[in-house]
Design a protein. Structure first.
Length: 759
């Protein structure tokens, strides 16, 4: 895994850092590389990042492979259930295990992660492959990861969303979001009110943005695992993120707002919470990406410093008064960390670093650095304690050519003290066996009650008021008027550097990458009276409070052709008040219904061909009249798992009669806690079902089916698993026939759900 300088520049060097769902669960994967880099050691030793007594431990630790860490994902209630399975079933099985006469430790909970939902273990590949209990656990992890219930994520990468303290009503922005491991955490926080089976519709919003178009698709894929009507994915350079317009009715004005302001038709959307997990040189990921040993240079950090400041400054301008920003990197370099925070705080008044040092009990960290000496070239020349000294050392004719800027140097001792730089958090590998990381929490002063202009009036730096705001752990959000501020408004810029004009750079970049022609289908909200929407509502027996006017389609004609998406009100307002091309909107809301292909569906007539999608069911469920949901038990689930298209007359009563009485098409089944032989279903499961004339199909994606089977029956009893097992043993010369449908005739839809073509 060789890192190139350019890759590091674009922030792609950290690709693996959030790539948490790869199939490889090995904990001992370290390329046999030379884990030495004189420049790295010299640079960090010079920066005094640690006391001398810890230096050897630090160096030893960065050369060790990282333990495997993972997080149980999903909304709180669902996550707790799976977490209990790990704690109460897997861990006891893995306790006391020995391999080749050595004790192997079971997974343990990461002490600082809330509710014990994050885990770590240190086990070799050989143990995972050969030790029976670990092999079973590995299998469980692989399946649950594939279906998105578990996310393999570096421990330190789980930190930033925890410091952001997102609540369901918050408007949240993830500025550099791909591949999306932190986006998933933010979504989970927005969905804190979801239950085990139903999704809430948060009143808040999450915009997940990334400048890399290809990586936004990763983001869309990742976040599809926690479908949300409150999600939007955008594709912009975060440092020039455009202003988003929202109508007055979406703005909560503070008391005393002037009528003139409140009466404006549109306002700029400001955010309660913004995550700036910026592109960085990534040397905190050395343990996972040992290739960095070879390529590391102090110039990687120097090269990113300007962009990092501009991204943070843009976030500061898009934040509501009283709102919070978390700035994070997986780099240990002060030029990418404290230097960026100092430059941003100096350039935009009204912000303060929050003292978050005790926010996560059990997390070991060190304070932000107050002084450092940047390197002026790759060979680690750190002789210049001030920018002035450095400039003076250059021949006069060369001074204008330097790319180094004053903000890369440390602030004066007074400024370091005044800005509370020690409130930043540094995490080093040897402290608790993790990667290296940096987090800073910034808070914008709340709106004074007399402030009637909202965003358009400049914040006063009232030290006392800010100090009060910082000392309260959860400062109450003061909603404020959001005035029409242009996207790239020229507020105070970094005083110590001259960043390129953002809009010029943005245009140049867009041209370069050739993606100026933004080709996304338009977003159209369908009328609730549309015959297809109406038929779906009737067929599913949706309650009158179903937000039918929030159904969106995406095709040039604006008709319900293939998929129906659902958004919440704020997402709808944004879509309706902004040009989706100027905003470069990649996706929004969540898919709830999809058109069913195949002859059986066609017989239903166009308006009845739509079915509830597995990912959309939790969103629709609270609106479905309970009497139209079919009740079933575990033996029924077993039949539906073991066979692709089980015949209706093969099901036990009373399920058989109930389902026979239903019309063909899409239905919802509630599997109640029950027994099937030695197996038991301990909690309710609600799944989509398709009824054809003679058979039924459980409409869940095949990997989700296998994961469910492993969870409930302890093994993969699905038809697909049986079939792949047979294929492995002997490639079939005859087509497999199941219930009159050949396996070759069966097709998978775009969700990987197996559907009969014909019956
Ligand atoms: C550190 S990674 C983000 C990891 C992500 N937050 C996660 O947890 O999965 C940095 C991301 O910033 C993106 N990026 C680089 N330059 C950017 C810019 N100017 N604006 C927005 N995103 C940018 C990169 O494409 C990369 O996906």
């Amino acid at each position: 895994m060789t890192r190139t300088k350019n890759k590091a520049r674009r922030g792609k060097g950290r690709k693996a850092q959030g790539d948490n769902n790869g199939p490889n669960w090995r904990t001992d994967v370290v390329e046999k590389l030379d884990m030495n880099n004189e420049r790295f050691e010299k640079y960090y030793k010079t920066q005094n990042i640690l006391p001398d007594t810890e230096w050897d431990d630090f160096l030893k630790s960065v050369r060790q492979p990282l333990p495997t860490t993972f997080r149980v994902t999903g909304s709180r209630q669902a996550a707790r259930l799976l977490n209990d399975t790990i704690k109460e079933t897997h861990v006891p099985h893995l306790a006391g295990v020995t391999f080749e006469e050595e004790a192997v430790s079971p997974p343990s909970q990461i002490p600082w992660y809330p509710d014990g939902l994050a885990w770590q273990f240190n086990v070799s590949k050989k143990v995972l492959r050969k030790q029976p209990e670990f092999k079973k656990f590995h299998n469980f992890l692989v399946f649950e990861t594939e279906v998105g219930n578990i996310s393999r994520q570096e421990a330190v990468s789980m930190l930033p969303p925890l410091f952001l303290e997102v609540e369901p009503h918050h408007r949240v922005m993830d500025m550099c979001a791909a591949p999306g491991s932190k986006t998933a955490q933010l979504l989970e926080a927005l969905h804190a009110q979801d239950t085990e089976t139903t999704s809430s519709i948060p009143s808040g919003l999450l915009i997940a943005n990334d400048s890399d178009n290809k990586r936004t698709h990763l983001l869309i894929h990742q976040s599809s695992r926690l479908p949300s009507p409150a999600l939007m994915v955008t594709n912009h350079d975060a440092s020039i993120f455009p202003a988003i317009k929202i109508p007055s009715e979406q703005v909560v004005f503070p008391s005393g707002t002037k009528t003139r302001v409140a009466n404006k038709r549109q306002h700029q959307l400001l955010f309660d919470r913004i995550l700036c997990d910026v592109p960085c040189s990534g040397d905190g990921t050395l343990r996972k990406n040992p290739g960095i040993w070879k390529s590391w240079s102090p110039m990687d950090g120097n090269g990113l410093h300007g962009l990092q400041i501009r991204i943070l400054q843009r976030a500061m301008r898009m934040l509501k008064k009283g709102g919070r920003i978390v700035y994070s990197t997986c780099s240990m370099n002060p030029v990418e960390n404290e230097a960026v925070i100092v430059a941003a705080l100096k350039s935009i008044p009204g912000f303060e670093l929050v003292d978050a040092t005790n926010h996560l009990p059990g997390l070991k960290h060190r304070p932000g650095l107050t002084t450092w000496t940047p390197s002026v070239d790759r060979s680690v020349v750190t002789d210049f304690t001030t920018y002035h000294d450095f400039i003076q050392s250059l021949p006069e004719e060369k001074r204008a050519d330097t790319k180094l800027v004053e903000s890369q140097w440390p602030p004066s001792a007074e400024d370091a003290e005044r800005l509370h730089i020690t409130r930043c958090l540094r995490i080093y590998p040897h402290l608790q066996d993790t990667g290296g990381f940096f987090v800073a929490v910034l808070q914008k002063a709340p709106a004074p009650s007399s402030d009637q202009e909202g965003e358009s009036s400049e914040l006063r730096t009232d030290g006392k008021r800010q100090a009060e705001a910082m000392s309260t752990k959860t400062t109450p959000m003061i909603d404020e008027s959001e005035a029409t501020t242009p996207a790239n408004e020229s507020g105070p810029t970094a005083v110590l550097e001259a960043p390129p004009k953002p809009d010029t750079k943005g245009k140049a970049k867009a041209k370069q990458s050739g993606d100026i022609h933004f080709k996304e289908n338009p977003y159209t909200f369908v009328s609730p009276e549309d015959p297809i929407v109406h038929a779906c509502i009737t067929k599913l027996n949706l309650k009158s409070n179903f937000p039918a006017s929030n159904i969106l389609v995406r095709n040039p004609a604006g008709d319900p052709v293939r998929s129906l998406y659902m958004t919440n009100d704020i997402v709808k307002s944004i879509v309706e008040n902004n040009d989706y091309q100027r905003l470069r909107l990649m996706t929004c809301g969540t898919k709830v219904m999809g058109k069913q292909e195949g002859a059986a569906a066609k017989r239903e007539g166009a308006e009845l061909q739509f079915r509830v999608l597995d990912e959309g069911l939790p969103v629709l469920l609270p609106f479905i009249e309970p009497e139209s949901i079919v009740t079933a038990d575990l033996p029924t689930l077993k039949i539906l798992m073991e066979t692709y298209y089980p015949l209706i007359n093969g099901f036990p009563e009373p399920f058989r009669s109930i389902i026979e009485a239903k019309t063909t098409g899409s239905h919802v089944v509630r599997f109640v806690p029950s027994q099937a032989g030695t197996f038991s279903l301990t909690h309710e499961l609600i799944l989509p079902l398709w009824k054809s004339n003679a058979s039924l199909t459980l409409m869940i994606e095949k990997k989700a089916k296998s994961a469910l089977s492993l969870r409930v029956f302890g093994e993969d009893i699905t038809a697909a698993a049986r079939q792949s097992g047979q294929e492995k043993q002997q490639p079939p010369s005859q087509p497999d026939v199941e219930d009159g449908v050949t396996v070759e005739e069966a097709v998978e839809d775009d969700n990987g759900t197996r559907m009969p073509e014909e019956e």
